[in-house]
Design a protein around this ligand. Structure first.
Ligand SMILES: CC(C)(COP(=O)(O)OP(=O)(O)OC[C@H]1O[C@@H](n2cnc3c(N)ncnc32)[C@H](O)[C@@H]1OP(=O)(O)O)[C@@H](O)C(=O)NCCC(=O)NCCS
Length: 321
C-alpha cells in the first residue's frame, strides 16, 4: 500500500494530468482492432466531460506529492427506481503503478458521502481487460452487470448459412414484429436475468420500421426473429460509441426459441454488417447483461468485449438508527 495519497475535489487545473492518465489506460487496455480509436486521438470530449463534472462538484482527484495519480467522476440517477451512482469508463482512471491504493482511497472517500445520502446502488464501468481493477472492485463486493462490445464491420464470419429468408421489415410486418418484441420482453424478465424492459408501443415499432432499422427473419410467411440496427448520431460518454458507429440497441435481437441454433441470429448479424458497410460505418456496438445466458455466449463469438459495468449494493440498513 502506498501512503500519503490525498483525496480532494477535482479542479480545472487537474484536468490536463487526469486526461493523460486516462489515455494511457485506454491505450493499455483497449488496443484491439475492433475498438474505436477516436477516444485516444481526440481528447476534447474527455476534457469537456471532466470540466462539467468539476463544475457540478461530481469529481474527485487523488494526489501524491502534489501530482495527480487518479480521479473519479460520477453521475447520479435512479436505476430501476433506486437512487444510484454511476462512474462511466471515461470518468475514472489511476496510474498503473499505484492503481490499487489510488482506487481504494478514491472509493473509500466518495462512497461514504454516497451512503450518507442513502445512495446504496454503486455502479462502475471499467475496461474489461483491466484485470487489476476488476479484482479491486470484486473484492469490494462488486459483481458483473453489463458488457459493451464492439466488432469491426469488415470482420469476416463467413460460414455456410442455411437459406433463411431475411429482409428489411416493412409496415405490413408491424403487428407480427410487435408481438415478437413483447415475447422478447417476456424472455428478459425471466430467470436468471430478471430484466424489466420498457414496453414498446405500436407507434414506436412503426417508427423503427419507417427508419428502415429492422431486419426480420421469416420461415416462409411467418416472422420468427428480428434485429434492430441503427447508426449513432452523437458521441456517447457512457458506452464510448461515436458518431457514425453502428448500434444494435432499442429492441435488440430476438429469435423465437424453437428456431434457435440454426444460424438465424448469425444471418441477421451478417445482414446488419453488410448494411453498415454500405454506409461506410466501421464499428458496431452492442451491450448485454452478463446474466443473459444466450447473449453472453452469442455476442462474445462475434464481438470483442471492451467495457464491463459492475455493480455493488450496500446493506440497506446501514443508516438505520
Ligand atoms: C441470441 C440469439 C439471438 C441467437 O440466435 P440464434 O439464431 O440461436 O443464433 P445462432 O444459431 O446464429 O448461434 C447459436 C449461438 O447462440 C448461443 N446459444 C444458443 N443456444 C444457447 C443456450 N441455450 N445457452 C447459451 N447460448 C446459446 C451460442 O453462442 C450458440 O453458438 P455455439 O453453440 O457455437 O456456442 C437467440 O438465442 C435469442 O433470441 N436469445 C434470446 C434474446 C436475447 O438474449 N437477445 C440478445 C439481447 S442482447
Amino acid at each position: 500500500m502506498i501512503r500519503g495519497i490525498e483525496i480532494g475535489n477535482m479542479q480545472d487545473t487537474d484536468i490536463g494530468e487526469a486526461k493523460q492518465i486516462w489515455v494511457r489506460q485506454y491505450e493499455l487496455h483497449c488496443n484491439q482492432k475492433d475498438f474505436p480509436t477516436y477516444w485516444k486521438e481526440d481528447t476534447s470530449l474527455l476534457e469537456g466531460f471532466l470540466s462539467d463534472k468539476v463544475k457540478d462538484e461530481k469529481a474527485i482527484v487523488a494526489k501524491l506529492g502534489g501530482k495527480v495519480v487518479g480521479f473519479l467522476a460520477f453521475d447520479e440517477f435512479p436505476f430501476n427506481g433506486e437512487d444510484s451512482v454511476f462512474c462511466p469508463a471515461i470518468g475514472h482512471s489511476a496510474v498503473e503503478e499505484y492503481k490499487e491504493s489510488v482506487y481504494l482511497e478514491l472509493y473509500k472517500s466518495i462512497s461514504q458521502k454516497w451512503v450518507n445520502r442513502n445512495i446504496f446502488n454503486h455502479m462502475w464501468t471499467i475496461f474489461i481487460n483491466d484485470e487489476k481493477l476488476k479484482k479491486i472492485l470484486f473484492d469490494l463486493g462488486y459483481g458483473s452487470y453489463l458488457i459493451d462490445a464492439f466488432t469491426n464491420c469488415h470482420n469476416n464470419y463467413s460460414r455456410e448459412l442455411r437459406n433463411n429468408d431475411i429482409r428489411q421489415a416493412t409496415i405490413i410486418d408491424k403487428e407480427a414484429l410487435h408481438s415478437l418484441v413483447i415475447e422478447s420482453n417476456e424472455y428478459y424478465a425471466t430467470a436468471p436475468l430478471f430484466l424489466k424492459r420498457e414496453e414498446v408501443s405500436g407507434e414506436e415499432i412503426e417508427e423503427l420500421i419507417r427508419k428502415k432499422n429492422v431486419l426480420i427473419a421469416m420461415d416462409q410467411e411467418k416472422p420468427i426473429g428480428f434485429l434492430n440496427i441503427s447508426i449513432c448520431n452523437e458521441n456517447d460518454f457512457i458506452n464510448l460509441t461515436t458518431e457514425g458507429n453502428g448500434l444494435l440497441d432499442e429492441i435488440g435481437i430476438f429469435i423465437k426459441p424453437e428456431y434457435r441454433n440454426k444460424d438465424i441470429g448469425l444471418g441477421l448479424l451478417m445482414k446488419a454488417m453488410d448494411y453498415c458497410k454500405q454506409l461506410e460505418t466501421k464499428y458496431i456496438h452492442v451491450d448485454f447483461e452478463t446474466a443473459n445466458l444466450y447473449a453472453n455466449k452469442f455476442w462474445i463469438k462475434y464481438f470483442s468485449p471492451m467495457l464491463l459495468s459492475m455493480r455493488r449494493t450496500i446493506n440497506k440498513n446501514i443508516n438505520d438508527k
